[in-house]
Design a protein around this ligand. Structure first.
Ligand code: PRP
Length: 201
């Protein structure tokens, strides 16, 4: 059998249409921190089955990497939310677009989010989950942007506290792009009036 060799991909800071992405948190740092978070979570609940609920779509990579690092019994489910109409989340209008597959009653549930921003999404999720009588309800977020907070919510497990910048990668998107970047980066849009093209960097 041949040994599998893993070659790290060249890091690109070039996006499309003149956009650039500056790496903020490398894939290695993400993975190290996620491993620590998984240990913290298991330490808090040494003998319990943990039910991880990922919030689509941004949390997909975080949930899968976190789930792989938590020892013992772990189950998964997914939920999706959206803002009402054209309004932003800051209006507080969050609605459910995909519900869970199974009941969370009596379960130790961990909501898994990629980013905690205004907190409106989490506030909504906590309110509907609490009504469903889980045994315990906790929140794990990879990124926390406290400067943007409107709702009075907090996460029990936080990967990284970040400044108020537009971040993409590792599940986070800009117009559905960049989710597949393995690192988290800050998106830099071209200055207004600059012709979109293929910048040489
Ligand atoms: C992002 C993120 C959180 C939410 C946090 O979702 O995944 O769910 O925003 O923002 P808040 O704290 O201001 O409510 P987004 O609407 O970008 O959807 P996506 O996960 O499908 O990208």
């Amino acid at each position: 059998m041949t040994k599998e060799s893993i070659t790290p991909k060249k890091r690109s800071t070039k996006g499309t249409d003149g956009e650039k992405v500056r790496i903020l948190i490398s894939r290695a740092r993400l993975q190290r921190r996620i491993t620590e978070m998984a240990r913290e979570i298991r330490k808090d609940f040494p003998n319990e089955e943990l039910h991880l609920v990922g919030v689509l779509k941004g949390a997909v990579f975080f949930l899968t990497d976190l789930g792989k690092q938590i020892a013992g019994n772990v189950s998964f489910d997914f939920i999706a939310v959206a803002s009402y109409g054209m309004e932003t989340r800051s209006s507080g209008q969050v609605r459910l677009t995909r519900d869970l597959d199974s009941s969370i009653e009596g379960k130790t549930v961990i909501i898994v989010e990629d980013i905690l921003d205004t907190g409106m999404t989490l506030q909504y999720l906590l309110s509907i989950f609490e009504q469903r009588k889980p045994k315990r309800l906790r929140v794990a977020v990879l990124l926390d942007k406290p400067e943007r907070r409107i709702a009075d919510v907090h996460a029990d497990y936080v990967g990284f506290t970040i400044p108020n910048e537009f971040v993409v990668g590792y599940g986070l998107d800009y117009a559905e792009r960049y989710r597949n970047m393995p690192d988290v980066g800050v998106l830099q849009l071209p200055a207004p009036g600059v012709k979109a093209g293929n910048p040489e960097t």
